[in-house]
Design a binder for this molecule. Structure first.
Ligand code: NAP
Length: 285
């Protein structure tokens, strides 16, 4: 780390899962961690673990601005921004309410982009900083019923590639983290979004939605696919590797099964992929 680097780490979405594990992991290794969540009352254990806790909703300009200003007032600049907050708005492209689609992009993409904009001026001034964007292995392929979520993660990966080039000369590194299946509250949120959006009973996608909900539940709970899942600490460790490296890799795929799936997708044509999806999901008709 350069001598003038700030060791202050700002993490979004720390109420559970990957954000919580990352804040905990980095604080335990001596980093100055600002753990944030839209409901700061969910962060008491992280406060006890040495984190400073703040309210931050990535869809709310005032709360994003005030969290960044607080870290800058204490340390001059955010040293590391971990853009982690996000969720999956599952459902079919036709049926998901367009306002829910807007919320999905507002949280996963525009909030993340705005956080980058807010921390960059002081990082550039210091000529030092790291931005870690939590994308997904799902930026490399698409599961049916997850189109909107995958679109947000593809957007996160795309804008991270652009940003990496744009800010490298100012001493700022940009890293993409692409977790595979990680056992967190993510599956619950995705299936409850599906419940909200499942459309009329007996509608054209009813069987598909039912199978999608069951597959998601089984992958994140006790089904056979869940054995491929990793713990949130695996992602926290990858983030630590990225933030401590003097020359971090542009992207880190996390979990062995994520490597296998992404490689498999690269070797398949689109038609081969669709055929594989038909073995997993009933094709709506
Ligand atoms: P999680 O346990 O559900 O955590 C999601 C976090 O995001 C929660 O703290 C949630 O806060 C927060 N969040 C949601 N909307 C927010 C907003 N508007 N402002 C601030 N925070 C907000 O799920 P997770 O698995 O840890 O997910 C973390 C990240 O990893 C997400 O970006 C997700 O897409 C990505 N990811 C997860 C997996 C996986 O399999 N788990 C795989 C690939 C990528 P609340 O408590 O307030 O809802």
């Amino acid at each position: 780390m350069p001598e003038n680097a700030s060791r202050a780490v700002l993490v979004t979405g720390c109420s559970s899962g990957i954000g919580h594990a990352t804040a905990h992991h980095l604080a335990a290794r001596g980093w100055t961690v600002y753990a944030t969540a839209r409901r700061p009352e969910t962060l008491t254990d992280l406060e006890a673990a040495g984190c400073t806790t703040l309210g931050l909703d990535v869809t709310d300009e005032a709360s994003m601005r005030s969290a960044v200003e607080r870290v800058e007032a204490d340390h001059g600049a955010v040293g590391v921004l971990v853009n982690n907050a996000g969720y999956s708005q599952s459902g079919t492209i036709e049926e998901v309410d367009i306002d829910a689609v807007r919320r999905q992009f507002e949280t996963n993409v525009f909030g993340l982009a705005r956080m980058c904009q807010l921390v960059l001026p002081k990082m550039r001034e210091r000529r030092s900083g790291k931005i870690v964007n939590v994308s997904s292995m799902g930026a490399n392929f698409v599961f049916p019923g997850g189109g909107y979520y995958h679109a947000t993660k593809s957007a996160v990966t795309a804008l991270s590639h652009a940003l990496r080039f744009e800010v490298k000369g100012f001493g700022v590194d940009v890293v993409i983290i692409e977790p595979g299946l990680i056992k967190t509250r993510f599956g619950d949120t995705a299936t409850s979004a599906l419940d909200d959006e499942k459309g009329e009973a007996g509608g054209p996608y009813a069987d598909f939605n039912a199978k999608l909900a069951a597959a998601t539940k089984s992958a994140y709970e006790a089904g056979p696919l869940s054995k491929l899942g990793g713990p949130p600490e695996a992602v926290a460790k990858a983030i630590e590797t990225a933030v401590t490296a003097s020359r971090p890799k542009p992207r880190y795929l996390v979990t062995p099964s994520a490597h296998a799936l992404v490689n498999q997708r690269r070797l398949m044509t689109d038609r081969m992929w669709d055929a594989m999806m038909r073995t997993q999901f009933p094709q709506p008709k």
